[in-house]
Design a protein around this ligand. Structure first.
Ligand code: NAP
Length: 250
């Protein structure tokens, strides 16, 4: 059951898209678990949301989801209530390396390992750890990929493209249990930590310029798409693109 009183797990829920998603699910009365590596960030996000809600609905977990022991610890903590997990949002990720032309093999190796660990291993480990706890029937997995999955570049695009394949695999293998799996592929989304120091007025304008709608996406727009897929009872194995028309019809 999603809201009120469902149980939702959101990786990377302390900032950006994950935080907006935690706010959306929490506002409807669900218990929301948010996960991130920086303890202070997830703790402060949970405190802010709980103050907004006027009660403790959001639980913070400091964990690195590339580390098996951390994933097992989070899965154990989520399971303590005995309630099943209604929605798993695999949102943690980022652009962790970009070895360009002329990079050494060692630099290319580091880039590919970082992006596949940060975007693929995080989602795969958390999903497998929580599959036993997903609501049967009715559970939902929503994974955040990227516009980069269908237009590149490099290791980040490849890692996000794998998340589409993972979504199809999970949709097929978990359908007999009544569990659905879908993905949201965001385009340029502002108000996140994703771009870090790369963000500037010129960078922002160039990304907006790639869209038909001439606007930056917002975390709330992506959260709305995640919420839709979490509750879309006849949708599984789909990729929902939210990109202002920057890429059409894939
Ligand atoms: N912003 C965009 O334009 C855009 C476009 C397409 C796709 N996306 C995708 O959207 C998702 C959310 O990103 P965002 O834009 O909201 O940026 P963000 O603010 O940087 O959020 C990423 C979150 O993931 C967490 N995280 C990263 N690695 C982790 C790990 N190993 N273990 C646990 N948590 C981890 C980060 O927290 P810690 O650093 O504290 O761990 C952070 O809270 C990402 O998967 C990103 O690739 C974003």
């Amino acid at each position: 059951m999603i809201g009120p009183m469902g149980q939702i797990v959101i990786s990377g829920g302390g900032t950006g898209i994950g935080l907006a998603t935690a706010r959306l699910f929490g506002a409807e009365g669900n218990r929301v678990h948010i996960i991130g590596r920086r303890e202070k960030v997830v703790e402060e996000a949970a405190a802010t949301l709980n103050a907004e809600f006027g009660e403790d609905r959001v639980v913070a977990h400091a964990a690195d989801l590339t580390v098996v022991a951390d994933v097992e610890r989070v899965a154990g903590a989520v399971g303590e209530s005995g309630d099943p997990v209604d929605v798993l949002v695999n949102n943690a990720g980022g652009s962790f390396g970009n070895a360009g032309r002329g990079a050494s093999l060692a630099e290319i190796e580091a880039d590919y390992r970082a992006n596949f660990e940060g975007n693929v291993v995080t989602a795969v480990l958390l999903t497998h750890a929580l599959i036993p706890q997903l609501t049967r029937p009715g559970g939902a997995i929503v994974t955040v990929s990227s516009i980069a999955a269908v237009r590149g570049p490099g290791s980040y695009g490849g890692a996000k493209a794998y998340l589409h394949a993972a979504t199809w695999e999970w949709a097929a293998s978990l359908a007999p249990d009544g569990i659905r799996a879908n993905a949201v592929a965001p385009g340029f989304t502002g108000e996140t930590e994703f771009f870090g120091p790369r963000m500037s007025a010129e960078f922002h304008a160039s990304r907006v310029g790639q869209t038909l709608l001439k606007k930056a996406g917002t975390p709330e727009e992506i959260a709305d798409a995640i919420k839709y897929l979490a509750g879309a009872t006849n949708v599984t194995g789909e990729i929902l693109h939210i990109n202002g028309g920057a890429v059409l019809g894939r």
